[in-house]
Ligand binder design. Structure first.
Ligand SMILES: Cc1cc2nc3c(=O)[nH]c(=O)nc-3n(C[C@H](O)[C@H](O)[C@H](O)COP(=O)(O)OP(=O)(O)OC[C@H]3O[C@@H](n4cnc5c(N)ncnc54)[C@H](O)[C@@H]3O)c2cc1C
Length: 300
């Protein structure tokens, strides 16, 4: 199979037994059999064909900021949609198209430069456009669904492209249709923004950044909020209320700055994090009779 992959993409973008700890913001995770950085739709299509031919699993990764990869690693192919060649296109007044591999930070900087407002909430979410659409990422009263017009994806089975309007994407709290329909690889999206002033956009981004910095352990490896909010139940508050801040398993710790975050303080393994998650879940169940669920995705 390797020889076929090397005919599709140059060898510097093909890694074997690549530690996923290098590709996740948690800095945790065992090796992926094949780790490929893909720079075009043609490359992606050809790789999908090879994966199908060899009946090998294929996983997509954005910035790895919402995943915990288990220590034994990931079997099959992990595909990263490359950012270097990814494009942002200003289509017409307020409508902008961005490819999935672009980071939220880069997109936010582009919009600020072009005086388009509405994406300030996402500038500090350390993911890519693709990963963020999939889970309808949100912060500071904004969500991806507020600014999306439509999304283009490729179906891994048929290799056909589809462009679907927001109304059909089943967006909800940290949810989109792409979480149920796992055969889709998001390629790009069109967004709609309002006109804004560069200075105002910059100030709002800075204001949010400062608030994050003061409340969240953004200087430590993590995958953001560990647990999903339940209706009328905020896990971080309950974790704090249960005296779990600062609790450690191995190199993983419940942040003492924000109870919603588990951080990697000293070469944590996925096993450490999973054990800590279980301790938290059990404690919250006992104290509040609520079953909290991880927001982070666990890869094995
Ligand atoms: C410090 C910190 C702060 C955070 N703050 C927030 C926050 O305020 N709000 C919030 O919502 N989240 C937050 N997160 C979590 C995370 O950044 C977001 O969920 C982000 O949107 C994930 O994007 P990603 O590209 O890193 O996705 P990844 O973690 O790489 O992938 C997540 C999932 O998306 C899938 N995926 C990725 N790209 C594609 C694609 N092109 N097509 C189909 N599926 C794809 C992956 O297969 C995987 O299932 C935070 C994380 C950290 C580390």
């Amino acid at each position: 199979m390797l020889d076929k992959l090397l005919k599709i993409i140059p060898k510097e973008r093909v890694r074997l037994s690549e530690p996923m700890s290098k590709h996740t913001t948690f800095k945790i995770g065992g090796p992926a059999d094949y780790f490929l950085t893909v720079n075009s739709l043609e490359e992606l299509r050809s790789i999908l064909k090879v994966a199908k031919e060899y009946n090998i699993a294929l996983h997509i990764i954005g910035n790895g900021s919402n995943i915990l990869v288990k220590d034994k690693g990931v079997s099959g192919i992990v595909v990263k949609l490359g950012m270097n060649d990814a494009k942002i296109v200003n289509i017409n007044e307020g409508v902008v198209e961005a490819e999935a591999g672009i980071s939220n930070a880069k997109f936010a900087a582009y919009l600020q430069e072009n005086e388009l407002s509405g994406f300030e909430f996402a500038a500090g979410i350390p993911g890519t456009i693709g990963g963020s659409i999939r889970m309808n990422a949100g912060a500071f009263s904004g969500e991806f669904k507020d600014v999306i017009k439509d999304v283009t994806f490729i179906d891994m089975e048929s290799l056909k492209l589809f462009t679907v309007p927001k109304s059909e994407l089943n967006f909800g709290y940290r949810h989109s249709i792409f979480m149920d329909y796992k055969n889709a690889i998001i390629l790009s999206a069109r967004f709609e923004f309002k006109r804004g002033k560069k200075e105002d956009i910059k100030n709002r981004i800075l204001e949010i950044f400062n608030e994050r910095k003061s409340k969240q352990p953004i200087d430590k490896p993590s995958a953001g909020s560990t647990f999903r909010r339940e209706k009328d139940f905020i896990p971080a508050k309950a974790i704090d209320g249960s005296g779990l801040m600062g609790v450690r398993v191995g190199g993983a710790e419940v942040s003492t700055k924000h109870a919603g975050f588990i951080i990697n303080i000293n070469h944590a393994t996925a096993k450490d994090v999973l054990e800590l998650i279980n301790i938290i879940k059990k404690t919250i169940k006992e104290k509040y009779s609520v079953e909290i669920q991880p927001e982070i995705e666990i890869w094995e």
